[in-house]
Design a binder for this molecule. Structure first.
Ligand code: ASP
Ligand code: MG
Length: 401
């Protein structure tokens, strides 16, 4: 069996944990399996490197930032290989260049295009444990790129797909995917399994367990994932196409406080206005989420939408610059909002989920600012200081004890 195992930063944060991971990998290896390990940078080292970069040059030249960040993963793979060798097992670390993990050119947000498997296969054939840097690729200029924060999950899935691995295990500091953030909702439960689509919504909407692009990729290539803890032996959560849990209408509640609401007020009520607003934002690669249009006074209209907090200032700047052309009266931004979403594949075939969600929030005295839905999700925008209460209220309403 060929197993790809990915370990996050907390799982390799110090010497003791590195040896813990090494031993877990060696266990599989000793059973006769082929083992490919993908690692994140140790502990908070990516944050530390970013802080150093910002201190030296606040402009943060993107190519150099990627060059710098990639060293974090290179450190952890080299140390892991040394740990395994100290335990008497042949291991070899490889970076994105040595494997040849080809990506698009965009620094800081590159996507994999192609992964060569020859080198890894050669090492596996020689019965080595192969330890690969997560989070990085190389582009057509032979420069190092990175995949965006949390991107090591995506490296693991991409490698599992390219190598036709029999299993892809994502080890983290929680025991799996929970019905809500267990730090906020104490009676949150671990899910035995979840569909790709549900996981994708959860990952995109604020559940921190998996990089959302890793889930997209897993779905595309049919890579079944297991999310589990590196610190315990508890069984994790399986992420796959179809699950058995038909009876669960809602499988999880995701909360995203990293959200800002922007309102463009007093627009002319004529065709093409919405197009202009979102076209301007799209050209700047600003990701817009929940959208609401309402008719204002004097037959004008207001358009509000959410963006991530990091992109809020840039969005405001570009909208202000174009205020006249857009026929806007004024533009507002509120960062004190949060998205709370209930997610479940069973929603497609069960009526009344929306009304139950609104009832839960009403009972908790929480005001809804905006609403958006998909086939398997209902998202509400609430004031940020209500977010945890809203999450709990929704959890109490939908998830049985
Ligand atoms: N080390 C990178 C980060 O902190 C990638 C990862 O951990 O997946 O974002
Ligand atoms: Mg992560």
């Amino acid at each position: 069996m060929l197993i790809v195992k990915k370990f996050g930063g907390t799982s390799v944060a110090d010497k003791e944990r590195i040896f813990n991971v090494a031993k877990r990998c060696i266990e599989d290896y000793n059973k006769g399996n082929d083992v490919v390990v993908v690692l994140s940078a140790m502990g908070k080292s990516t944050d530390d490197l970013l802080a150093m970069a910002a201190d030296i040059n606040p402009d943060m030249p993107k190519r150099e930032v990627d060059m710098l960040l990639a060293t974090g993963e290179q450190t952890s793979v080299a140390l892991m290989s040394m740990a395994m060798r100290a335990l008497g097992v042949p291991a070899i670390s490889l970076n994105a260049f040595q494997v040849a993990m080809h990506s698009t050119s965009t620094y800081g947000n590159a996507k994999f295009k192609r992964i060569d498997t020859d080198r890894i296969q050669h090492e596996i054939d020689n019965r080595r444990i192969v330890i690969v840097t997560g989070f990085q690729g190389i582009n057509k200029y032979d420069d190092i790129t990175t995949l965006g924060r949390g991107g090591s999950d995506t490296t693991a899935v991409a490698l599992a797909a390219a190598l036709h691995a029999d299993a892809c295990e994502i080890y983290t500091d929680v025991e799996g995917v929970f019905t809500a953030d267990p730090r906020k909702v104490p009676n949150a439960k671990k899910l035995p399994e979840i569909t790709y689509d549900e996981m994708l919504e959860m990952a995109t909407l604020g559940a921190q367990v998996l990089h959302n692009r890793s889930v997209e990729l897993a779905k595309k290539y049919g890579v079944q994932l297991v999310v589990r803890s590196s610190l315990t032996t508890a069984e994790g959560t399986v992420v796959k196409e179809v699950t058995k849990m038909e009876s669960m209408v809602v499988n999880g509640i995701a909360t995203d406080k990293n959200t800002a609401r922007i309102a463009v007020i007093g627009l002319q009520n004529t065709p093409g206005v919405a197009f202009k607003v979102f076209n301007i934002l799209g050209k700047k690669n600003i990701n817009v989420d929940v959208i609401l249009q309402s008719i204002g006074r004097d037959n004008t209209k207001d358009i509000s939408f959410t963006v991530s907090e990091e992109q809020a200032d840039e969005a405001m700047e570009i909208l202000e610059e174009n205020k006249k052309a857009l026929t806007a009266d004024h533009i507002e931004c509120d960062k004190n909002v949060a998205k709370v979403s209930v997610i479940g594949a069973g929603m497609q075939t069960n009526a009344g989920v929306a009304s139950k969600m609104f009832e839960a929030l009403y009972n908790a005295g929480i005001n809804i600012r905006m609403i958006s839905t998909s086939e398997i999700r209902i998202t509400v925008l609430v004031d940020e200081d209500c977010a945890d209460r809203a999450t709990k209220a929704a959890h109490d309403m939908f998830i049985e004890d």
